[in-house]
Ligand binder design. Structure first.
Ligand code: IMP
Length: 436
């Protein structure tokens, strides 16, 4: 496939890292199109696990060009550190290209992210506090600072002066935080610009030229469909377009140039941060009880559900086919990779949410009003499990137990999207390809 968009079909953390890593070798360019260092995935390098937050996974392949597209928000300090870490591990970053139109996360964005969360109190979103939201706010408010502004100290200073005249009073008077001077930010940021300058490029042109000359591009999504600013569970979302459409706006490659949209969905569902989650199996420590709490704990423990970026315990729940169908539609998914199927070997029976019920009404489609989602009770189908059968050694679809295949096929039927890849363990070879 010349160009594939890979997107999370749930609330992020679906295992995109492993699938990206598996297929990235087939592509000449691997492009991030949204988000920033709020994302995080681990890649295996020799006997080490490396955490990437901003660098496209393509960096792990010598032949591939990793590209940070215009839709990404870049914390230059984080990027420079990540590059140094990779170089120290013997992974060269010389091929990296950074869009000059990408926006820069500034120190006040990080302060405001934390302050906003405090202000929200019990309604807080649970952000990663990396400054993502405030940076996108400034982008949309047309007072953002872009990568290209780092190239010209005069312009950088001018823009900063203007922005700080607004940010400083907000920081000081509303939040009681410290303020910034133009000089101190220049001192921190201009050295980054000298390091990053060789990597800055006109990436939209680069990618369109690449497609014209027959190269393959992988658009690597971060977060997931339900964290999308438009299609997610607003306001409990991130501030970017995580859905497939974001690949076009976030890179400058038109939608007609995209051939495949591969959704990544876990065999169950997790979420970090606040917001509605109809199939959540609430942990005891969060007020849950009974079998649901036990099942939630089991998913968390067996699935090692702790955030790469924050280390937080992820909320866990059964697979939600309403979300699956919705993700299929808003992304135009051509196929999905089903991950962590082996985790379900821990259960006698497995539930799948097929619809919601709220105030006596059945919802087969993602509800129009968020309040319905908050109060939705899942309507489950209970399927027989394959308890204690170890499927981590299976290498073809046919080797899977009959009940496991029945589960996969049930999900396909319920969501309307075919499963092309199945992951049965963390290692690269613990993957079954039904279609490459
Ligand atoms: P932000 O992206 O830091 O603004 O956080 C907004 C919401 O998105 C919070 O609920 C985060 O926990 C969530 N979020 C951001 N990045 C990720 C991710 O990579 N995986 C899962 N959730 C994420």
């Amino acid at each position: 496939m010349p160009s594939t968009v890979l997107v999370g079909a749930q609330w992020g953390d679906e295992g995109k890292g492993k699938i990206t890593d598996l297929i990235a070798g087939d592509y000449d360019y691997v492009v991030r199109f949204q988000g920033g260092n709020n994302a995080g995935h681990t890649v295996i390098h020799g006997d080490k696990e490396l955490a990437l937050h901003l660098m496209p996974s393509g960096v792990m392949y010598e032949h591939a060009v990793p590209v940070i597209g215009n839709g990404v928000v870049v914390d230059p300090g984080v990027l420079v550190k990540e590059m140094a870490m990779l170089e120290a591990e013997g992974i060269p970053c010389g091929n990296l290209k950074i869009s000059c139109d990408a926006h820069v996360i500034m120190p006040y964005h990080k302060d405001l992210d934390g302050a906003d969360e405090k202000w929200l109190g019990s309604q807080q979103i649970g952000t990663t506090k990396r400054g993502i939201g405030p940076c996108y706010q400034d982008k949309m408010g047309r007072k953002g600072i872009r990568i290209q502004d780092l190239l010209d100290e005069k312009i950088f200073r001018l823009k900063l002066e203007h922005v700080l005249a607004q940010k400083n009073p907000i920081l000081e008077r509303i939040y009681g935080l410290h303020t910034y001077t133009v000089d101190e930010i220049c001192e921190e940021y201009l050295p980054f610009s000298r390091i990053l300058k060789p990597y800055m490029a006109e990436t939209a042109q680069l990618l369109n030229d690449a497609l014209r000359s027959g190269k393959n591009i992988l658009f690597e999504g971060a977060q997931g469909t339900l964290l999308d600013i438009d299609h997610g569970t607003y306001p409990y979302v991130t501030s970017s377009s995580c859905c497939a459409g974001g690949a076009a706006t976030g890179t400058g490659v038109g939608p007609t140039r995209i051939d495949r949209v591969l959704g990544i969905q876990k065999a169950y569902v997790t979420r970090v941060g606040g917001g509605p989650f109809p199939t959540e199996l609430v942990f005891e420590e969060d007020g849950g009880s009974g079998q649901d709490a036990i099942d939630g704990e089991t998913l968390c423990r067996v699935g090692h559900e702790f955030g790469v970026t924050t280390g937080r315990k992820r909320r866990c729940g059964w697979f939600d086919a309403v979300i699956g169908r919705y993700a299929g539609e808003v992304n135009g998914l051509t196929d999905v990779a089903l991950t962590k199927l082996d985790v379900l070997s821990a259960f006698d029976t497995i539930k799948v949410c097929v619809a919601y019920e709220c105030e006596g009404k059945r919802y087969d489609y993602f509800p129009m009003q968020q309040s319905v989602l908050f109060h939705a009770r899942p309507i489950y189908e209970e399927l027989p499990g394959w308890k204690d059968v170890d499927i981590t050694g299976c290498r073809t679809y046919e080797e899977l137990p009959a009940n496991t295949r029945a589960y996969v096929e049930y999900i396909e039927e319920a969501t309307g999207v075919p499963t092309s890849i199945i992951s049965v363990g963390p290692d690269r070879d613990q993957t079954l390809f039904r279609r490459r």
